[in-house]
Design a protein. Structure first.
Ligand code: SF4
Ligand code: SF4
Length: 367
């Protein structure tokens, strides 16, 4: 059963977001617009209705089985200071309905101390907006884990986050920063006017704190995604191009870059449908199915914890309400790593987004 909406302390966040909301934005959340696609069941129904011959499970076969648990990914909620067009979370400033409560934060901390996973990956929404973000980072650092902060860059400039970059740097937290493109028009088209300029300012703050300069304790990873219904180019060539573009034009550096495919869910699914690209994009993903990508899929070595404590094979399944297939229940309070190891990974048609081309995971291309 889902917990009731929590009385989270968001007053301090609200003032910051009011400032950010004043800037022109790309869109609003599906939930705020009362779109049918705010419902995961409706998204799955739409994907199922696409004429496709291929069956994901039949193609992936026995190669799609659990591996060692390496990454403990925690989604702190859907609150975000932005509302990007391609968002697979349907995040936005209005999403205070979906935020991790204190009891669940406590259970997550207990599980982090117990897990054999070497990495704790904090995501959202914008995880830095959660009132317990620093508590979770500190608990994971104290447990000896490598911590990744999935950051949208602009959130670092909000007044409430003054000093956060230095605080993360002191704890060797890796910043995994999403930036759709190193060119202003491409980024602003997905994220809203002015976002590129603020992202560059945030990159400068990170560089000044030692991030993006080759120091493994201050790793700055950028994450890019295509700006339309096509697959990303080769990660190595995109990284070279971005390194030159960002350094020459803006004097900022980074350590590595991930290229992700856009997943056909949530707001990107809405755009695919509205633009008449849904059938062709799904067929493109199927045509580009790469069996070599299966062994590197993140659902094999990652546990995804939802804002309400429910458990999933990955963040995408989380957004589609496709819970872990565990007989004892799929909630962090009952988490059993041995049972997790024996589970069947839950799949559906969106999974073709992970195996197309060079593959796509939270760690970028996989094949
Ligand atoms: S894509 Fe990231 S930054 Fe944009 S709305 Fe979604 S969670 Fe926020
Ligand atoms: S969407 Fe999730 S479950 Fe499906 S292949 Fe990708 S990582 Fe695995």
């Amino acid at each position: 059963m889902r917990p009731a909406t929590i009385p989270i302390r968001l007053d301090d966040v609200a003032a910051d977001l009011a400032m950010d909301c004043a800037s022109p934005r790309a869109t609003q959340s599906l939930r705020r617009r009362a779109s049918l696609l705010a419902s995961p069941a409706e998204q799955l129904r739409l994907l199922k209705a696409v004429m496709l011959e291929a069956d994901f499970d039949a193609l992936a076969g026995t190669a799609l089985r659990p591996a060692q648990l390496e990454v403990f990914q925690v989604n702190l909620g859907k609150l975000c200071n932005m509302t990007c067009k391609h968002c697979h979370v349907d995040a936005g400033p209005d999403r205070t309905d979906a935020m991790m409560d204190d009891a669940t934060v406590g259970r997550v901390i207990v599980a982090i101390r117990r897990t054999g996973a070497h990495t704790v990956d904090l995501t959202g929404g914008a995880p830095e907006l959660h009132p317990r973000f620093r508590d979770l980072v500190q608990a994971a650092v104290d447990a000896g884990k490598h911590v990744m902060d999935r950051c949208n860059l602009t959130v670092l400039l909000l007044p409430r986050n003054a000093g956060l970059v230095d605080w993360l740097a002191e704890r060797n937290v890796e910043v995994v920063a999403s930036l759709p493109h190193y060119r202003r028009p491409n980024t602003d088209a997905q994220r809203g006017d002015g976002v590129f300029e603020r992202s560059v300012r945030a990159l400068r703050v990170l560089n000044a704190a030692g991030y993006g300069k080759g120091d493994p304790r201050r790793r700055l990873t950028l994450v890019s995604n295509p700006a339309g219904a096509f697959l990303g180019a080769s990660q190595a060539s995109v990284e070279r191009e971005w390194r030159e573009g960002l350094q020459q034009n803006f004097g900022v550096g980074f350590d590595r870059l991930f290229v992700l495919n856009n997943m056909p869910i949530s707001r990107f699914l809405e755009w695919l449908q509205a633009s008449g690209n849904l059938e062709s994009y799904m067929q493109r993903l199927v045509n580009a199915y790469n069996p070599a990508a299966v062994s590197g899929l993140m659902c094999r070595n990652t546990l995804s914890v939802g804002w309400d404590g429910r458990l999933y094979d990955c963040d995408f399944n989380q957004m589609l309400d496709l819970e872990l297939a565990l007989p004892a229940g799929a909630h962090i309070r009952d988490f059993d790593e041995d049972a997790w190891q024996r589970r069947r990974i839950v799949t559906a048609r969106h999974c073709f987004g992970c195996t197309a081309g060079a593959g796509s995971s939270c760690g970028g291309q996989v094949a």
